[in-house]
Design a binder for this molecule. Structure first.
Ligand SMILES: Nc1ncnc2c1ncn2[C@@H]1O[C@H](COP(=O)(O)OP(=O)(O)OP(=O)(O)O)[C@@H](O)[C@H]1O
Length: 688
């Protein structure tokens, strides 16, 4: 309303002013004509600054200037500003007001020198009334408030935000320099300095391991303290702390938990399920089982794995004795390595399969596993390791009181109150008995998700972060909190920006010109894996007519049966295959020593994926190269991703020109045509 009113006022005033101006102009012209006729040419002195004409009339130019000034003021009206949101103008207005707010009051009366500054709107309407020669019929707008200047809120740094609400245990993390290592030497007692027995040292040496890597050096004293009581299989009154480890890919995390588990379990007399290792894929289960078997050789420990590769009953027969019903459970194995899905199957459907004797629960690739629910496996597993509370125990069905235990049962100390037929009397002097299970979380990209961590019910967790940034605590913790992951220092990273249609040719160029072999090539899906391998085969056939030895490439994806996958992986390990084209199925954890190159044929969509993929090379201190083919339209996203992880400087740009690609172009076109025919033929057969 105000706005419309002011606009109307302005228009009428302007019209009146222009009319007056025209009349004055006419009068002046007439007067000039008369004086010219009278030969009396005179006028205003140029140097005169008086705004009034000689006859006392206002100077039209000065009037015009004033009108435009008023117009400007009108434009600067805060009401309009509010709508436009033009804070610059408001700031200018306020600046002017502030200047006005320090007037010289010496010549004013008390009433005039009121500290309340007059509103620009009231000034404007007053001057408008003056200009028009009469006052507005409506009262002038006097007290419209000036909106306060918007002040920029305090924006905390990203690092500051990352540290807020950080788990206290994580804030106190032990940061370890990745270059740390300890030689495996024996002391006078025959033990190694880090608490490893002579037997294990000998076994390690047989396997060619002569020193412990940083993560192993840091972890072994935590698992194997000099106080031997703390190495007991059961610690119901003083349960061990849980441990979370973040260390780069290929830094030896597997051995860091395999060694202490074998050392501690070697003292066992009766076989019980005491170590459970959960991994995300079958391939990883096989790999970790091999490591356990290699280190535990000659120690009498029984190791098994369940992944669903064999029948359920076969696995049950391997795991438990089903003929008796035991509260303490029965186990034919000491160490079980499994995928979460199959673990749930056995928890739900295998009699006597119990986790109450667990001393170690290892969750490897923890961030990946905890992100997937698998029938809420974490909650179920944790519940199975924890002794029931008094209320739960009282509610548990018991058989009639008998004086002797009917058959030997083997409940863990924390679960003794459940013993069938034996009355339990709780007293106030009873000490609380807890599960002796120590939870161990490992990953190269350990998550910092308070919700997920809380769900694990970690007991006084101790964090170990292996990170290169000068090994200082603050940057190590910050890196983990902000998901700035560590990459092996022996890895060289490159990116190649190219047109999407050139990508296959670019890969073939890299294989033949740069000499990429013993390579893992990651694609985004099983389907693109298959297509790329087929195109590569056609290309190699076309090129081999040119007297070149063909490079062998095979696909490795979830489309293949487990036995096919196993055989392909073995051939690749035996270096019978030069290039394995795969989906993300083997992007985590897989350890193949001779992998010298990783090619991200399809750029990874997040930093975690990138870290794990490129981490398939440059393992255990060896050198390796990672190449990422980035399509032009993805380049910005990829650069931002690595920049956000403070990793942009480590990835160098590799340029390939059209001329360099041109020699391979004819073979590529032949291969493309053949691939087209092959797909046309396959789809025609499908239609039939
Ligand atoms: N102390 C050691 N001395 C020599 N080699 C070692 C040592 N510890 C581990 N290795 C070797 O280093 C390689 C990488 O180890 P491992 O697979 O445990 O890495 P990782 O940290 O689990 O990697 P990822 O995060 O990718 O799973 C393996 O081949 C392993 O045999």
């Amino acid at each position: 309303m105000c706005r419309i009113y002011l606009r109307c006022q302005k228009t009428k005033a302007k019209e009146r002013y222009l009319k007056g101006k025209r009349e004055r102009k006419k009068q002046r012209k007439a007067a000039a004509r008369e004086s010219a006729v009278a030969g009396n040419v005179g006028g205003r002195d140029d140097g005169e600054e008086d705004e009034h004409d000689n006859n006392g009339e206002k100077d039209p130019f000065i009037e015009e200037e004033r009108a435009s000034q008023e117009e400007r003021e009108f434009e600067e009206c805060p009401l309009l500003l509010q709508e436009d949101g033009d804070f610059k103008r408001l700031r200018k207005r306020q600046k002017l007001d502030n200047e006005d707010a320090i007037p010289d009051h010496s010549h004013l009366t008390a009433a005039e020198s009121s500290p309340v500054p007059s509103s620009p709107i009231s000034n404007f309407s007053d001057s408008l009334a003056e200009t028009s020669g009469h006052r507005s019929p409506t009262p002038p707008l006097t007290s419209l408030p000036l909106f306060p200047l918007p002040s920029r809120p305090y924006v905390p740094e990203k690092s500051e935000l990352a540290l807020q609400g950080l788990d206290r245990a994580l804030a106190r993390a032990q940061v370890v320099d990745p270059l740390l290592s300890t030689p495996l030497s024996l002391d006078e007692d025959g033990d190694a300095d880090n608490g490893i027995s002579a037997k294990t040292v000998k076994r390690l040496r047989d396997l060619g391991i002569t020193e412990l890597f940083a993560v192993q050096t840091a972890l072994l004293p935590l698992f194997l303290p000099s106080d031997r009581l703390k190495r007991s299989l059961y610690l119901p009154y003083e349960p061990p702390n849980d441990i979370c480890v973040s260390a780069p890919t290929g830094s030896g995390k597997t051995l860091a938990y395999v060694l202490p588990i074998i050392e501690i379990l070697s003292s066992r007399v009766v076989t019980r399920l005491r170590a459970l290792v959960v991994l995300p894929t079958r391939d990883l289960v096989i790999q970790v089982r091999e490591t356990f078997e290699a280190i535990a050789k000659g120690r009498g420990l029984k190791i098994a794995s369940v992944t669903g590769q064999h029948s359920f009953s076969h696995e049950q027969a391997q795991l438990v004795d089903k003929t008796v019903n035991l509260q303490g459970g029965s186990s034919k194995v000491d160490i079980l390595i499994c995928t979460p899905g199959r673990l749930m199957d056995h928890l739900n459907g295998t009699p006597n399969f119990s986790l109450q004797h667990l001393r170690f629960l290892v969750i490897d690739e923890a961030d990946r596993l905890l992100a997937q629910s698998f029938q809420d496996w974490q909650t179920r597993v944790l519940a199975a390791t924890r002794p029931p509370t008094r209320v739960e125990a009282d509610a548990a069905p018991r058989e009639g009181i008998v004086t002797s235990i009917p058959y030997p049962d083997a409940l863990a100390p924390g679960f003794l109150h459940l013993l069938r037929g034996v009355p339990t009397v709780f007293t106030d002097l009873d000490e609380k008995r807890e599960s002796s299970c120590q939870k161990l979380l490992f990953s190269a990209t350990l998550m910092n998700d308070p919700g997920r961590i809380a769900a694990l019910e970690l007991r006084n967790p101790h964090y170990v972060v292996v990170k290169s940034s000068s090994g200082d605590q603050q940057s190590g913790v910050l890196g983990l909190a902000m998901e700035k992951f560590s990459i092996p220092t022996t890895l060289k990273e490159h990116m190649i920006v190219c047109n999407s249609s050139q990508k296959p040719l670019m890969l073939f160029h890299m294989v033949h010109t740069v000499g990429i072999t013993n390579a893992l090539v990651f694609t985004k899906s099983a389907e693109s894996t298959q297509r790329l391998v087929q195109l590569f085969e056609f290309f190699e056939i076309a090129l081999s007519t040119n007297n070149k030895k063909p490079v062998t490439g095979r696909a490795y994806s979830s489309d293949l049966s487990p036995s096919e996958r196993k055989s392909i992986l073995e051939k690749f390990k035996a270096q019978e295959i030069d290039m394995l084209v795969c989906s993300d199925l083997i992007s985590r954890g897989i350890d193949i020593k001779h992998v010298a190159h990783v090619v991200n044929y399809d750029a990874p969509v997040d930093m975690r994926k990138y870290v794990h993929r490129v981490g398939r090379t440059a393992r255990a201190g060896r050198w390796g190269d990672a190449w990422t083919l980035v399509e032009e339209q993805e380049a910005r996203y990829f650069k931002n991703m690595i920049k956000a992880a403070d990793h942009a400087a480590a990835v160098s740009k590799f340029r390939v020109t059209e001329q360099e690609l041109s020699p391979l172009m004819p073979f590529y076109q032949v291969a493309l045509a053949q691939l087209k025919d092959a797909y046309a033929y396959t789809s025609a057969r499908k239609v039939k």
